[in-house]
Design a protein around this ligand. Structure first.
Ligand code: AOF
Ligand code: ZN
Length: 335
């Protein structure tokens, strides 16, 4: 199953809106005789990739991180091919929450021995975006931030280049590729003029203060949520958005992104938008550099309210701590 997860991850960023799936087939002596993974949406499912490489009767056990499908989608049902190739055992990481898919029943009826729930937590984490999409019918929202040890993202003068090291910033580029789009605010575009290297970029710009000359507009599809107009000019989609208290409605934005087929989004912006987006966030990537700003008026990474009691804090579960020396990356989830 670990090998399945490793194989599946090779297509990280390429399978949306489909899941990442890897498959390993062993013979009766536990030797691996074939492997496969789902390379991109519309391509063969992982099981089919692996099964097409073996002869009928050669495979004993098939391992796969997601329940094999039983439906005619872009490809025929994998369970039919598993049965046809005379596989005897199927080991499944997690059941498929997709209501169209219930392959295990058919496998059991065909007399195949089925095991479910192997490394289930890891399997669910790998396909956290797919799970949110299928179960909640919503876009997966992640926030990336980079701060000093005292949680600051810029000095009071707005200086922020660079808090983290080149290694940490290289990892940010890897993280971006896992998401369907990057989302930022007009303030970030105006202050930092980033390119946000990605094929789909979303800007929240209520009064249309950003200009086509800003670097972010140079390439890719740009979605500008704004309070003024609905219009498409070449690669720029202006989307008129309702505003609440003088701010773009995030509820509207995330619903619209899902409608547009953007299944996951990475927010890279300042403390105000991060703060407002926190209640929608499914995951946070927080880089921390071993520096202290100590600036009284410096900007914080989540900056949206005043509270009086520690009991009012939002709580999170830290999932991972990684070194991108000299910095660290904390990955955490809301509880
Ligand atoms: C995949 N790759 O390796 C497996 C999937 O309509 P389709 O053919 O694109 O089918 C997509 C569904 O098939 C997907 O939502 C998931 O429930 C199931 N399994 N999908 O893209 C795979 N095994
Ligand atoms: Zn399938």
């Amino acid at each position: 199953m670990r090998k399945c997860l490793e194989l599946a991850r090779q297509a990280e960023g390429d399978t949306s809106p489909n899941p990442m799936v890897g498959c390993v087939i062993t013979d009766e002596f536990d030797n691996v005789i074939s492997t496969g993974f789902h390379k991109r949406c519309g391509a063969n499912h992982a099981e089919r990739e692996a099964l097409l490489k073996i002869k009928k009767g050669d495979g004993d056990t098939l391992y796969v991180n997601l329940e094999p499908c039983s439906h005619y989608g872009k490809t025929p049902p994998c369970v039919d091919l598993i049965i046809e190739k005379k596989i005897k055992n199927v080991v499944i990481g997690m059941l498929d929450p997709n209501p169209k898919v219930s392959g295990i029943q058919k496998l059991i009826e065909a007399g195949i021995h089925v095991t479910v729930g192997v490394l289930e937590e890891e399997c669910k984490k790998l396909n956290e975006v797919f799970l949110k999409n299928i179960e909640k019918k919503k876009t997966f929202v992640a926030i990336k931030t980079a701060t000093t040890l005292d949680g600051k993202i810029a000095t009071s003068m707005g200086s922020s280049k660079w808090i983290t090291s080149e290694d940490a910033r290289a990892e940010v580029r890897n993280i971006r590729q896992r998401y369907d789009a990057i989302l930022t605010s007009s303030s970030t575009v105006l202050y930092d003029n980033p390119t946000m290297g990605h094929i789909k970029k979303v800007i929240l710009d209520r009064k249309l203060k950003t200009k086509l000359s800003h670097k972010i507009y140079k390439e890719g599809e740009i979605y500008v949520f704004n309070g003024l107009k609905d219009e498409v000019i070449e690669n720029v989609h202006y989307i008129k958005t309702p505003c609440l208290d003088g701010k773009i409605s995030l509820e509207f934005v995330f619903n619209k992104l899902y409608e547009l087929g953007i299944m996951s989004v990475l927010i890279e912006s300042g403390g105000k938008l991060n703060g407002r987006a926190l209640k929608y966030a499914d995951k946070i990537y927080h880089f921390i550099a071993p520096k202290i700003a100590g600036d009284n008026a410096a900007k914080s990474c989540f900056n949206y309210r005043e509270i009086s009691m520690i009991s009012e804090c939002e709580n999170f579960k830290i999932d991972k701590v990684e070194f991108f020396s000299p910095d660290i990356l904390l990955t955490y989830y809301p509880i």
